[in-house]
Design a protein around this ligand. Structure first.
Ligand code: SAH
Ligand code: SF4
Ligand code: F3S
Length: 501
């Protein structure tokens, strides 16, 4: 039943209490409002002016009443969240468009390093200019950065044109929040939760790729590495029930997905807090049984919790890709201890040996932080030593960024110049090794999942091998989402040129 479209209090009263149905109800209410406004705009000719004839035609053909754009910052968890947010906006009657010139613009933010925050502030000014030209445009912010009280203060003060702010714990509430804004309007709405135990299943999702998908297996983090803000903004660790995960993947497969990425801040501790505890290794084995699924990836593995049971499962499960992202952060046992990582240089290297003995063709990648407080030249040399010994396929290198509220923020910082110089040395080493390592499959035939047309070369497609290396080879659109056998003719450093066989 659609109520009087401008009585939000009545809508709230009439809404089901259970979160899933409740949000579907608000999607319908929002849709009714959007439709009414859109029809009025069409009648008055404003719609033609606002969208132009081509986009207006598309909106009408698709039964949409406006446009939205989501900009995602940060990691795969945020990307997956954005697909859920897009699913809600799509069903509420908005059509997704590329640029920020849209009726509803949402920034899903990250705060892991300060430059992530700066990017958001930098673009808000631009959004304000757009908003001045577009009546009724709504600007919303969500994600990790919004869980920091100091950020909210700053936005209230310096960016008062923002309409809606919500956090990481209540993204499932978007439809209800949107409905409130549409029906009641008013100034900035801020809805931030400090934490939650709730895991709301079954909301709509609008996937970016038809053939691959992220799947959350857990939320939050309990590790409190001393430099990291994630546990403060994502809350405590919560695992989804294995049956919910399996159901979701089955549905994805039925919908054309062949590759899943199981997502969590530390997947190796999956399932420990469930009513009936299940290990990540057990979950992998269950996922591996799903018919029609071709590839399984996962992210991220904390070295401290990587068990022998998991190594065996990775070895046995044929769908599990030959790639492991194993963040080391530092090669110095002294620094690792202050980082609160719970492993040493030696135990990390032993783990790498064990994994390589079990799965010889595995590709290893990592994350490294340079310039953690108190890092000496000797500590840094230990990191370089790990890089030379492990010989990673690739490594994400980060300059330490001070995050307010974390223990490391109060420690003595390394001078910027010193950090910069170390960072450059590390990057050179990492790239040199990576160029040598990545070429090792040259002149072999490999299975490649085609992801897109090649951006740079006409008549070519781009895909990934099981170990995540990129391959370009001749082909057309019909190959997208399919796995092809490709002969790797030439290694080009970080990618291959190949031909289909
Ligand atoms: N849960 C994952 C990491 C998530 S954050 C894990 O533990 O591996 C992704 C990466 O950002 C981290 O691995 C770390 O290398 C980097 N990072 C986190 N906090 C940082 C900070 N304060 N400064 C610089 N890099 C940081
Ligand atoms: Fe941050 Fe450590 Fe948790 Fe990873 S495991 S998200 S680095 S606290
Ligand atoms: Fe950033 Fe939040 Fe991910 S802080 S790295 S988007 S969990």
């Amino acid at each position: 039943m659609i109520l009087n479209t401008y009585d939000f209090d009545a809508a709230k009263k009439a809404a089901p209490a259970e979160e899933g149905p409740r949000q579907y109800y608000f999607i319908e209410q929002a849709r009714a409002v959007l439709r009414e406004r859109f029809e009025a705009m069409v009648d008055s000719g404003e719609a033609m002016e606002r969208y132009g004839s081509s986009l207006l035609g598309q909106l009408q053909a698709e039964g949409k009443y406006g446009t939205f754009h989501i900009e995602t910052f940060g990691c795969q968890m945020n990307s997956r969240d954005s697909e859920k947010l897009a699913g809600v906006l799509d069903q509420a009657g908005y059509k997704e468009v590329d640029g920020e010139d849209a009726d509803f613009v949402l920034y899903n933010t990250c705060t892991v390093r300060d430059n992530a925050n700066q990017k958001v502030y930098g673009r808000l000014g631009y959004l304000n200019t757009l908003k001045k030209r577009r009546s009724g445009m709504m600007i919303a912010l969500c994600g990790c950065m919004m869980q920091e009280p100091s950020v909210i203060e700053k936005i209230k003060k310096s960016y008062p044109f923002v309409d809606l702010i919500f956090g990481t714990h209540n993204i499932f509430k978007l439809a209800e929040l949107l409905c409130g804004k549409l029906m009641k309007g008013g100034r900035m709405t801020v809805d931030i939760w400090e934490g939650t135990d709730a895991i709301v299943e079954e909301l709509p999702v609008d996937r970016k790729y038809s053939f691959k998908s992220g799947v959350n297996i857990m939320f939050g983090c309990n590790n409190f590495c001393s430099y990291c803000i994630v546990p403060y903004v994502r809350g405590r660790e919560r695992s989804r029930r294995p049956e919910d995960i399996i159901d979701e993947i089955r549905r994805l497969v039925a919908d054309g997905v062949v590759e899943v990425m199981l997502l969590g801040q530390n997947v190796n501790s999956y399932g420990k807090n469930l009513e009936q505890p299940v290990s990540f290794a057990q979950l992998l084995r269950q996922v591996n049984e799903i018919e029609g699924l071709e590839r399984i990836r996962f992210m991220t593995s904390h070295p401290k919790d990587l068990s022998d049971e998991l190594i065996e499962a990775m070895r046995d499960c044929k769908k599990v890709c030959t790639h492991l992202h194993l963040p080391v952060q530092s090669g110095s046992s002294r620094i690792l201890k202050i980082m609160n990582r719970h492993y040493t240089k030696e135990s990390y290297l032993e783990l790498v040996d064990k994994i390589r003995a079990a799965i010889p063709d595995i590709s290893l990648t990592t994350d490294i932080i340079v310039g953690f407080p108190g890092e000496t030249e000797e500590d840094f040399e230990e990191t370089m030593d790990v890089v030379r010994r492990v010989r990673y396929d690739s490594a994400f290198t980060f300059i330490y960024s001070k995050r307010t509220g974390t223990p490391a923020a109060a420690m003595e910082q390394v001078p910027e110049q010193v950090v910069k110089e170390r960072f450059d040395r590390l990057l050179r080493e990492v790239q040199e090794i990576s160029a040598q390592v990545c070429g090792r499959d040259e002149k072999t035939v490999q299975k490649v999942l085609v992801e897109s047309l090649d951006d740079h070369k006409e008549g070519y497609v781009t895909g990934r091998m099981s170990n995540n290396t990129t391959v370009h080879f001749p082909g057309d659109e019909s190959l997208i989402g399919r796995i092809s056998d490709v002969y790797l003719e030439e290694a080009k450093g970080f990618y291959y040129m190949g031909r289909p066989v």
